[in-house]
Design a protein around this ligand. Structure first.
Ligand SMILES: *Cc1c(COP(=O)(O)O)cnc(C)c1O
Length: 397
């Protein structure tokens, strides 16, 4: 069985397969020696956590970099999502998307909130604003949309609906670090936005996350909540959690921030190369470039159509066999997972578009260290309409 595309330079492919598989992402790391002075500082300070000097510095540096007013660091994005819901006292039902990483919906279950899944717009992979209104009930208190792949949600329409119905909006902005929309940070939209700094994200602190909030009072409440609810030594204001980011992670974030512009620029370059190479690939479709947006090229999704010679899963496997590890982000849909099946309670909610997208998507490798050779190898897999990855198993569909 041969899956080698006829147009590709076979020696490059052999090398890619033999040397090292290519993964969907690879974390960006600064030179190790650059981190030593930060560690020395921590050893000298003897402050390891609890809003230490690096924590304070990183909060300020991120506000400046992202162009937002207030930001509270967290140990990870999931605890930040759970805490964001607590901070706004969200209860009852929350409208959200089934096409996301599981943590989006899990944060609702951890708050005893019922997720109400609404279908997506396949042109953005984000919540379809035309379908939100019909999902609102007297129990609905908030909307939790996701800026999927860093592409902006229909923020104006969502805000309008939220204002009309008196709902809060918490964006899961885990993919949206550094995204600008209409000249401003996308993170300014909604009552709160939540970032993840997990190893696989555009900006990482090994593990980490943050809540962006519009005013100092809300930030203070969030800061209490992430520290067990402590307002001072003797006052506990709420059953808070331990969501604090350590000094090691915060210091690392400060160092990472020095390299972020270059990393984003390289990501965008790779995105352009992929777009150029794959725009005309038969049976493969791409998301339209969103209007008024400077994106972060955090993911590069492709969608495998009926006219592609292989099914999505066969293509996924063929790429894998060639040493190219894409990921099916997001598959399966959250709404099909055992802990969420029940929440639909027989209601005729159509998630057809989300299902279709989940069954067709593959995210291709994209990260700053992905080299031009590797991009060429990946693109060549799609470059010949008849050859591609068909091989001898074209009847596998
Ligand atoms: C990564 C991610 C999260 C979770 O963030 P962690 O920092 O890993 O806890 C939540 N939502 C989405 C959409 C994500 O991609």
């Amino acid at each position: 069985m041969s899956i080698v595309p006829p147009t590709a330079d076979k020696s490059i492919i052999d090398k890619a397969v033999a040397d090292k598989p290519i993964y969907v992402t690879q974390p960006s790391l600064p030179p190790l020696e650059d981190f030593i002075p930060y560690l020395e500082q921590i050893w000298e300070n003897k402050i390891l956590t609890n809003n230490g000097p690096f924590h304070k510095q990183l909060e300020q540096a991120l506000c400046d970099y992202l162009g937002v007013d207030h930001l509270a660091l967290f140990t990870n994005g999931t605890i930040a999502l759970v805490t964001a819901l607590q901070a706004l006292r969200i209860t009852g039902e929350v409208i959200t998307t089934p096409f996301s990483f599981v943590a989006t919906a899990h944060s609702l279950l951890w708050n005893n909130i019922k997720p109400v899944f609404v279908d997506i717009d396949p042109k953005t992979c984000n919540l379809d604003p035309d379908r939100i209104e019909e999902a609102i009930t007297p129990q609905t208190t908030a909307i939790m949309p996701v800026h999927c792949y860093g592409n902006p949600c229909a923020v104006e329409r969502i805000e309008e609906l939220a204002d009309t119905y008196g709902l809060k909006v918490i964006y899961d902005a885990a993919h949206a670090f550094g995204v600008k929309y209409k000249g401003e940070s996308l993170l300014k939209h909604g009552d709160l936005s939540v970032l993840s700094f997990h190893a696989t994200k555009v900006f990482n602190t090994f593990e980490g996350g943050a809540i962006i909030c519009p005013d100092a009072k809300t930030k203070q409440r969030i800061d209490y909540l992430k520290n067990f609810g402590f307002a001072d030594e003797v006052t506990v204001t709420a059953p808070g959690i331990n969501g604090k980011m350590s000094e090691v992670n915060a210091a690392f974030g400060l160092l990472q921030l020095k390299h972020i512009d270059k990393a984003l620029e390289r990501r965008r370059e790779i995105e352009r190369a992929y777009r150029e190479a794959l725009t005309d690939a038969k049976g493969i479709s791409l998301l339209p470039i969103p209007d008024d947006t400077i994106g972060n090229a955090s993911y590069f999704p492709i969608f495998v159509g009926d006219d592609y010679p292989l099914s999505r899963d066969a293509l996924y496997q063929a790429l894998k066999d060639a040493g190219i590890n894409g990921r099916r982000y997001f598959y399966p849909l959250i709404s099909t997972m055992p802990m969420y099946r029940g929440v639909l309670d027989g209601k005729p909610v159509s998630l057809d578009k989300a299902s279709r997208v989940a069954n067709r998507v593959i995210c291709l490798p994209i990260y700053p260290n992905l080299c031009d050779n590797e991009i060429e190898v990946i693109c060549n897999c799609f470059s010949n309409q008849s050859g591609t990855l068909v091989g001898s198993n074209s009847e596998e569909r």
